[in-house]
Design a protein around this ligand. Sequence first.
Ligand code: PNS
Length: 162
Amino acid sequence: MSRAVVPGTFDPITRGHIDIITRAAQLFDEVIVGVAESAGKGPKGPLFSHDERVALARESLADLGNVSVMPFSELLVRFARSVGADTVVKGLRAITDFEYEFQMAALNYQIDQEIETVFIMSAPGNMYLSSSVVREIARFGGDTSPFVTPCVDRALKGKFDA
Ligand code: PNS
């Protein structure tokens, strides 16, 4: 039984994440999407609370039978071990992702050599899609529906509509 963790902050989950998770779900028997608390990320922390990010990921991924969503607030490799996964899957977009991902993969390897990190290349159409650009579009009243699921689109409108 192969089990992988796909970790992230998912603030919020985008169609780019969903593409990577869907493809991971074809490669592994079971995929656990780990939503990191990431409290220190950005000057004010994430836009969505930890609970909101988990709920939006759950609703957005409900159609994938072998995928479950769990929150975590610890080292990624410890979380992976605690759920019985020996692989971490990350998406790689443009070359700009590489240095950051390379550093995280190397550090995670240093901490626990039994947890392997593997990368899935983003679909070409998603190369420049990120949670931060989606938040930016929403903040200025743009249409985020091409980039996120309907529940996330509604949640973004709820955050920014006066
Ligand atoms: O979507 P993100 O923000 O790029 O994902 C980053 C994430 C959540 C995978 C990373 O910050 C992480 O693994 N956080 C958990 C804490 C941890 O293990 N940090 C050390 C990694 S070297």
